[in-house]
Ligand binder design. Structure first.
Ligand SMILES: Nc1ncnc2c1ncn2[C@@H]1O[C@H](COP(=O)(O)OP(=O)(O)OP(=O)(O)O)[C@@H](O)[C@H]1O
Length: 451
């Protein structure tokens, strides 16, 4: 492949990954060899190569393939004598790097250009989270630290975090904003341990002005990562730097997370993204339709289709968006108006799974997982309190969340009598009045089960 072709491929990659990520991660790559389906690039550091491989490897491969250069593997080698690249990092703008923390080492994850405040639809369920995110994005004095956003799958946590980062970049380009997932934090930490670069790691994370960590529940049970996270967190809070955290549940509900971390996370503002309501879903659909209309000109959307979708697809926004995307793509392919019939045909599987009823088995599995007991014990005959109580919780939830009768539930709990189930249900109803831990457990389990 000629350098000219690589030039064209790079042009395409700008469109795929966005200008900013391109300048940070793709531009510094030097294609050094292309042979037998392997493309080899020179990179400034091992970390840089790893990062590009993980985050952009697929894009690069597919663009090379579409340019007529079959490649099935990418390799990255630290370029001997190659001038160190100085890619830009999120929020750095034209400011010089701080001493001892080269910018290319700042391991921020790519931001999705579509996740901005402009595209975030605000409704009752998310208005508080949105207002708090806006407040942080103004970049003024730190008033609550951290901002802790939590909520079920696909309710907009990542969207809000990216929106904060985009806004801060535009408003305060001198700030060093670092966004990454908790998994990436761990990956980076483990790598630093392996390469004996822990000091560098510490300096790097302490050099940012705003740290955003997504899906923090990921570090539960990972002791040394938690320890490091705790120190990073404290150092930044002490230096009055803003931290934004997201998780799928409230800090107190994250299992296997050290108490001192839980209490630190609770110190700031903890806000909940509630499950969407009908109005919010309709609002989101209307906004997406405006966008699709510009893409698929001439497509007609019949009255009532959006209302139908907002009514029927209640699980999460990602599924809702996916349904609309499919509907527009399908209608444009077959050149038909988007009617209710078309929606029902084309989205049959999504509609079916949205209708899906919760099963007793799912409830048992979730409860066993939550209380850390074996599924077989939960169903089996053991009478130990540590098992009997979770079992009663599962019975209670089965009664509340499924239409099954007491005898049916009894059968699924190892053939127990319906009076045993009734006793279990009553016991939990009684205990939840006085035992706040149990009430919290039930609330969390309900949320996890109902999405
Ligand atoms: N209020 C909203 N307005 C517009 N789009 C939204 C809204 N809420 C969610 N979305 C969209 O739904 C999709 C899922 O959102 P996002 O990735 O932020 O969810 P999440 O809460 O981080 O989920 P997960 O737990 O899976 O990480 C995204 O495409 C996002 O843009």
């Amino acid at each position: 492949m000629t350098n000219e072709t690589w030039g064209q491929v790079r042009e395409e990659l700008i469109k795929r990954v966005g200008k900013h990520n391109y300048a940070t991660w793709i531009e510094p790559l030097k294609l050094s060899q292309l042979k037998n389906g392997v493309a080899r690039f020179e990179v400034p550091t091992i970390f840089f190569g790893d990062w590009v491989q993980r985050n952009y490897g697929d894009h690069i491969r597919s663009q090379l393939n579409s340019a007529g250069t079959p490649v099935d593997r990418l390799e990255f080698a630290v370029g001997a004598g190659s001038a160190p690249a100085t890619p830009r990092v999120a929020g750095q703008g034209s400011q010089p790097a701080r001493p001892r923390v080269p910018d290319e080492e700042l391991p921020g994850a790519p931001l999705d250009a579509r996740f901005t405040f402009d595209t975030f639809v605000v409704g009752k369920p998310n208005e508080l989270a949105h207002a708090a995110a806006r407040r942080v994005a103004e970049g003024g004095p730190v008033t609550f630290n951290p901002l802790f956003l939590y909520g079920g799958v696909g309710l907009g946590k990542t969207h809000l975090m990216h929106a904060i980062a985009h806004d801060l970049q535009a408003r305060r380009p001198e700030l060093r904003v670092l966004y990454l997932s908790a998994e990436q934090f761990m990956y980076r930490f483990v790598q630093a341990l392996r390469d004996r670069q822990v000091m560098g790691f510490k300096e790097l994370f302490r050099s940012v002005d705003v740290l955003m960590v997504d899906d923090v529940q990921f570090i539960s049970g990972k002791d040394s990562t938690q320890e490091e996270f705790f120190h990073t967190f404290n150092a930044l809070v002490d230096a009055n730097k803003q931290i934004v955290i997201s998780a799928d549940r409230a800090p107190g509900e994250i299992k296997d997370l050290e108490d001192r971390i839980k209490s630190r996370l609770q110190c700031g503002l903890v806000v909940d993204l509630h499950p969407t309501d009908y109005e919010l879903r309709l609002g989101i659909l209307q906004q997406k339709v405006d966008y699709y209309r510009s893409q698929y000109r001439g497509l007609v959307l019949a009255d009532g289709v959006l209302e139908f979708l907002a009514h029927r697809i209640t699980t999460n926004v990602r599924v809702l968006e996916g349904a609309l995307t499919r509907l527009f793509a399908f209608a444009s392919l077959v050149g038909r108006e988007i009617t209710l019939d078309l929606a029902q045909d084309c989205l049959a599987d999504i509609l079916r799974s949205s209708d899906r009823k919760l099963t007793i088995e799912e409830i048992q599995r979730k409860v066993a997982e939550h209380y850390n007991v074996r599924l077989s014990d939960l169903i089996g005959p053991k009478r130990l309190r540590t098992i009997a109580r979770p079992r009663q919780v599962a019975m209670y939830l089965a009664k509340q969340l499924t239409p099954r009768s007491l005898p049916e539930i009894g059968r699924r709990f190892g053939g127990r009598d319906h009076t045993t189930i009734m006793h279990g249900v009553r016991k939990i109803e009684e205990l939840m009045q006085t035992d706040s831990q149990l009430a919290d457990d039930l609330q969390l389990l309900r949320r996890l089960l109902q999405g």
